[in-house]
Design a protein around this ligand. Sequence first.
Ligand code: GLA
Length: 724
Amino acid sequence: MRRRDRHRMRMRLGRALLLLVCLSAVGLGALAPAAASENNGVATTPPMGWNDWYSVYCGVSAQLVEQTAQAMVSDGLKAAGYDYVNVDDCWMASSRDSSGNLVADPTRFPGGIKPVADYVHGLGLKLGLYEDAGTTTCAHFPGSFGHEAQDAATFAAWGVDYVKYDRCNIPYGDFPGQSVQQVQQTLYARMSNALAATGRPIVFSLCNPDPTDAPWEWAAPIGNLWRTTTDIQDNFGSMLVNFEGTVDLAADAHPGAWNDPDLLQVGNGGSTALEYRSEFSLWAEMAAPLIASTNVSALSPTALSIYENREVIAVDQDPLGAQGVPISRRNGLWVISKPLQDGDRSVLLFNSTDTAAPISTTATVAGLPTARGYRLQNLWTGAVTESGGRISAFVPAHGVVMYRVRVAHRPGALPPHIALSLAPAASELRLGESTTVRETFENDGISEVKGLKLTFSLSPGWRLKRLGPARAKHVAAGHRFTVAFRITAPRAGAPVTLASVAGGASYDPPALPMRATSAILGERVFGPLRAPFKTADTTNYPASFGESGNGLAIRARGAGVFAPANAPASDSFAAIYETARAGPSATVQTTVTYDPAGGTSGGAGLIERNTMSAPQGSPAGVALFITGSSTIVMAWNAGGGQDVDSRYQVPGVLVRAPVTLRLVRDGATYAGYYSTNWGISWSPVDTVTVAGAAAAAQQDVGVFHASGLSTWTTTATFSDLTVH
Ligand code: GLA
């Protein structure tokens, strides 16, 4: 079978499987058991600990596990509540012993697992181990299929306290007539029962990271936690995808049974500290397991301060065990409220967009009783303020503000809650253009503030003019004061620059420390595109395009040119291109210099089609791009229909921009290449044939970007687009 046909076949099989899973999900939903839990007495609060996967993948060893356990004690993680030390895939030898028992890899675990468990127990910690319900694990080590009782007994004998159980390589053919879900339920229940039969309390963690398995509908009676989403990557977009896939499942979580949006990436370096604080806060608000998957022996003070935020941990570990529920989510601005056992609420304001924005709710909407004043404890700054009801903040792009809120016992005793926000009239400016920014001070307290003075500052090169008074003698409780500023972008600049806009406020009563709040505003400067460039935009939100020197920039939403297998096909992206530029033997090249996109479908790269002016009408062509999951993908239309129906991902390769991409056309056949050293050396991606490509004709060609989500805007940049 030719490669093209293999891809088509895979696509068809994937869709048939998806249909089957959807149908069985409908059927099972009707029969879903009432909320019940694995009755093993463990994980009454979400598990906390460490897992090696995202720091060493298959490089786990006894030495690493013991060093990590030691570090967890010495750096305070154990004291903060992290007690599981979990070994992921690849701990095993490649085959069982002559009695069919699992054996640890003799080089990396020379004494086997038992002494490692003893060591970990000696430090007051617990040991976790990974296995799989299929014939082999995802990394192709022996699976537990047909050995469930034997393996459970082995785990108990070794002193294992936690089993993460995957679902790779299940022999579905052995279960004729059963759906994927039914087979998974059977096999997970087998291991659950086998673990129970050992008499040792063992946390049972279901790892079935395909959302179409819908484990939240059926896993609670057999497991303590279940994966809700695909494997998380160390970037904001991936975190957002896993958050969005979990946040609406609150009804399925309760003590002993938790939704698991995957391991924490905090500390791995692919996101900012602010984004890691968001990840940690969102996981805590969702009562998710807090399992660090990083090198905890070398955590930066910032990462450690995130992992060890006692107040946020307390929200996650609250004994009521309720997952937070979203109370609003307008335009990517989220408010989530989590009830806590003592009657407090954890109220999380999350800005998933890439522009700072005010987010607010009220105490009663968040579920608190009516009262004159509320005590707001900011769980990241420690500030304690009092509000007459509004719970608000100006939240940075990708950031959170997290409050623990309760009724104030002595109204008037605490400083007033203040929100200071900046609202630009335009979110993007071209070179030399101006816009107005309004700075608003909001007194959410129950008493007036006096002597208010607002300040404003801007990045060098930008011009600033105040349009009204910046001082107010009084701002009454519940009232606002606003001043407007006119800002003008520089006359020349790079295709994408970021202006920092800072607002500050000082005010009385003097008994309080003077305070100032600053904010960053994502103003981007684009030079206009020059001829012969044209633009295409098939997203649900206007994209922006810019050019400067050899650089191009695209700021856009969009699911991508190819949707993940479990979503409907999509063709939603923005592109800068040239009409009829690539002939039958053209070579097209660009360097993606920045790709912030998220997930497996968002990304940035080259696109070549019969025509781009109506991209949805002419998918005949190829895209070569790097995804938000740092993979290199080629996606094309092999079948001649309206979908980009085929996709190939370079296996085992993770890259980060800058990556140079090259697409070589030979009639209707395209060869893709990538380079991580600016074109000094090249690696092949794939060679594919596009049935509908107008083999003899010129095609439209250019660069494209999709953020990966229809609710989220990101900017990608490119340099040196050449066609010859
Ligand atoms: C799957 C899981 C990951 C990890 C790997 C190990 O991808 O989802 O969490 O356990 O397998 O192979």
